[in-house]
Design a protein around this ligand. Structure first.
Ligand SMILES: Nc1ncnc2c1ncn2[C@@H]1O[C@H](COP(=O)(O)OP(=O)(O)OP(=O)(O)O)[C@@H](O)[C@H]1O
Length: 202
């Protein structure tokens, strides 16, 4: 894979249990600085694509090459262990150098009270915990950020601020964003992949 690419999917075929093909000869390249949105009705294969990229599923055909990846999911409670403080779970996965300064800066950009990081996940609201999940992902300094409907639990103003922050972060990585919100996709994406259309062509 060339230096500028962070994701290279070539001629991918995938089906669960050799039933209906979800992906047939699907290819996608993503470079640092690009934001690509995946749209499509429920069941079209959006989450499956993320599972394939994270190597949790194996394609029947084709290749997937990916650089350092981090994911932000719709349900933040599934991203954190319930028994440990959020800060401990952040420190487990990120480089400790300048961590405190970076946390302070990002918390302010995410309008997240830093004191909340001392709490356990269930003590936070869904929206607060989602911002913790975004914070952790950005601190990991991924080259590819997979974002699955991550702003849908946030109120509109915070969701917009979070999207702006993610877009700012594009200087350092590429973003693949799953969304049902076509107007959001049109607003922020360099390219939109519509899985409804992909399906029609099969
Ligand atoms: N583990 C599995 N085994 C068999 N079939 C599965 C499995 N996971 C998903 N599927 C099927 O594969 C198809 C694609 O599922 P996927 O979850 O990727 O869709 P999606 O576009 O992300 O949907 P949603 O918008 O509802 O999250 C669906 O028809 C689903 O029922």
């Amino acid at each position: 894979m060339s230096d500028s690419l962070v994701l290279s999917i070539k001629n991918l075929d995938f089906s669960y249990n050799n039933k209906k093909m979800i992906y047939k000869d699907f290819s996608l390249n993503l470079k640092k600085g690009e934001l690509v949105c995946i749209v499509g009705e429920s069941g079209k294969g959006k989450s499956t694509l993320f599972e394939l990229i994270c190597n949790n599923l194996k394609p029947q055909k084709g290749t997937i090459e990916v650089k350092k990846v981090s994911s932000i999911f719709q349900d933040p409670y599934s991203s954190f262990h319930p028994s440990f403080k959020i800060l401990e779970q952040i420190k487990d996965v990120v480089d400790k150098k300048n961590l405190d300064d970076e946390i302070t800066k990002l918390c302010s950009e995410l309008t997240l009270d830093k004191k909340l990081l001392e709490k356990k996940p269930h003590e936070l609201s869904g929206g607060q915990l989602q911002r913790c999940s975004i914070l952790r992902s950005l601190l990991m300094k991924p080259e590819l950020l997979l974002v699955d409907e991550a702003t849908s639990a946030l109120d509109n103003i915070i969701a917009l601020e979070v999207m702006k922050l993610l877009i700012k972060y594009l200087d350092n990585c590429a973003i693949l964003l799953i969304t049902h919100d076509i107007s959001l996709a049109k607003w922020c994406a360099d390219k939109i992949i519509d899985l409804n259309r992909l399906y029609d062509e099969k």
